[in-house]
Design a protein around this ligand. Structure first.
Ligand SMILES: [Zn+2]
Ligand SMILES: [Zn+2]
Length: 358
């Protein structure tokens, strides 16, 4: 038995209870969780905005130590320090064959199969990971080694937010040295975009949020100008970019309004990358003439267009060398009983990344 925070149905509170976690099967590994970041997708899953089989143990941004392995496991061994990847590509589907493993058709299969029980009832691993628990069981493809120089609490964030944010800058947008960057929304992912922009050698990095506290944090991580949300964004950004608009915008919110204003704040031919996950009700409108005239690009970005197998080790190397400051992204630590509170703060736009230490 291990302690876990279980969600029975969308909209309910999490219940901390005993989870009956079986020994790892062939190709599986059991991991003792050191820390799991609370991601905005967990909140969307908990509210039912994103779909997930239930009852579920949410949490998909984890790192820990391998405690046991199933038959045939070769990639890892007990005692290894690992980060968990919630979307391990299979390497064989059509998308993987095209070199687009972030769109793998089978990377989320484990989320729809029960992996444990509570009082005899099947429970599912949230986004294939089940990180809000003392231990979990995942496929061996879902664990990658963490270098000794990186604490597991920091490595956890690489599993989702950092991979997504830094990947959006380096892989999706391919920001070049000296280019101007606009980042709207400064949660864990937005702040990772800011650090990614610094890593890419961007010129101006204009950061936008409604929280002065998050703006200050972003300025300490590579932001060069801060704008409190609510003003006329396009006008403000043009005045900071020789009247042209930004070369790149990153929407890390996912609302029609923020996407539209990010797009309007880019220059002619500028690129807007949609990193935040929005709802079906968010309709963004453009006139045909402006789409033609401004020749701007809007692109989606899933998991930072990364191949986790090569990109997670690369990101961890950046962290080990001090080029990424993962510790600065952590704004608080809670136990399993504190997750509902972390969700409430996240909904209110407070804090950066909260870590759950089970
Ligand atoms: Zn996430
Ligand atoms: Zn695939």
């Amino acid at each position: 038995m291990v302690r876990a925070a279980v969600l029975s149905a969308p909209g309910e509170s999490l219940r901390v209870t005993d989870l009956d976690l079986p020994a790892p099967g062939p190709g599986q590994v059991r991991v003792r969780i050191a820390a799991t970041g609370v991601c905005h997708s967990d909140l969307s899953l908990a509210k039912g905005i994103l779909r997930q089989a239930m009852p579920v143990v949410l949490g998909h941004e984890s790192a820990g130590t391998v405690v046991s392995v199933g038959e045939g496991v070769t990639r890892t061994a007990p005692g290894d320090r690992v980060v968990l990847c919630w979307a391990p590509p299979d390497g064989t589907c059509w998308f993987c064959q095209q070199g687009e493993p972030w769109l793998c058709e089978n990377s989320s299969n484990a989320a729809s199969a029960p992996y444990a029980t509570v009082d005899g009832q099947d429970v599912y691993p949230g986004l294939s990971t089940g990180g809000f628990a003392e231990e979990t069981v995942v496929s061996e493809q879902a664990v990658l080694p963490v270098p000794a120089a990186v604490p597991l609490e920091h490595a956890a964030l690489v599993g989702c937010a950092v991979m997504t944010g830094v990947g959006a800058v380096l892989n999706t947008a391919k920001v070049r040295e000296g280019q101007s960057v606009l980042v709207v929304g400064l949660g864990g992912v937005g702040l990772s975009v800011v650090q990614g922009a610094r890593l890419a050698g961007a010129g101006k990095v204009i950061v936008v949020d409604r929280s002065p506290e998050k703006l200050e944090l972003a300025m300490s991580m590579g932001g060069t100008e801060a704008l409190e949300a609510g003003g006329e964004l396009a006008k403000q950004v043009r005045s900071l970019t020789e009247k042209r608009g930004a070369d790149h915008a990153f929407d890390c919110v996912g609302l029609a309004d923020t996407i539209r204003s990010s797009w309007s704040a880019t220059r002619r031919g500028g690129v807007t990358t949609i990193v935040g996950i929005g709802g079906k009700d968010q309709q963004v409108t453009f006139s045909a003439l402006e789409l033609f005239h401004f020749a701007r690009v809007v692109q989606g970005c899933v998991y930072g267009n990364t191949d986790p197998m090569t990109d997670i080790p690369r990101i961890l190397d950046h962290a080990a060398a001090g080029r990424l400051d993962l510790g600065a992204l952590i704004s608080g630590t809670v136990g399993l009983t504190g997750i509902d509170g972390a969700f409430a703060d996240m909904g209110a736009g407070k804090g950066a990344r909260v870590l759950v230490v089970p």
